[in-house]
Design a protein around this ligand. Structure first.
Ligand SMILES: [Zn+2]
Length: 143
């Protein structure tokens, strides 16, 4: 986990890690955002969209981040409804659309620095800009 990553999400209280006392119920609570800092603005964009969605319905955001991570080179956002809330289909699908929108956006954003990037197929998949991609290759040559 990158230190202070979640500090950048502080204006979204529902994204706070230690909302529940004691146990780590979800990977998010244990590890926070499991991806590079370059995707911070995507995650903030998702938070903002979700906030506006709930505001448009006159509600406070009532969602639980269960896991935010990189998988196969792109961003995965697992955000759940709380167990005690049964959202209507409209809300459910609006939330799902927002999550997909920002997951899809990660395909063109460098996970490392946030500049324009593309999916690189090396020994593992990563979305990187040219500079970060070259930097990584250089490191592995030197080792
Ligand atoms: Zn980069």
């Amino acid at each position: 986990m990158i230190p202070n990553f979640e500090q950048k999400l502080i204006d979204y209280p529902w994204m706070k890690i230690s909302r529940y006392e004691g146990a780590n119920h979800h990977p998010y609570e244990a590890w926070g955002c499991e991806c590079g800092r370059g995707w911070l603005n995507l995650i903030r964009g998702m938070c903002q969209d979700l906030t506006e969605l709930y505001q448009s319905k006159g509600k406070e955001v009532n969602l639980v981040p269960s896991q935010i991570k990189e998988k196969f080179g792109t961003l995965r956002l697992y955000i759940d409804f709380p167990f005690d809330e049964e959202p209507d289909d409209e809300l459910r699908s609006a939330v799902r659309q927002i999550l997909s929108k920002w997951e899809e956006a990660s395909v063109t954003v460098c996970e490392n620095c946030g500049n324009e990037g593309s999916l690189r197929r090396g020994s593992w998949l990563q979305t990187l800009c040219d500079k970060c991609y070259k930097g990584l290759n250089k490191e592995s040559e030197e080792n």
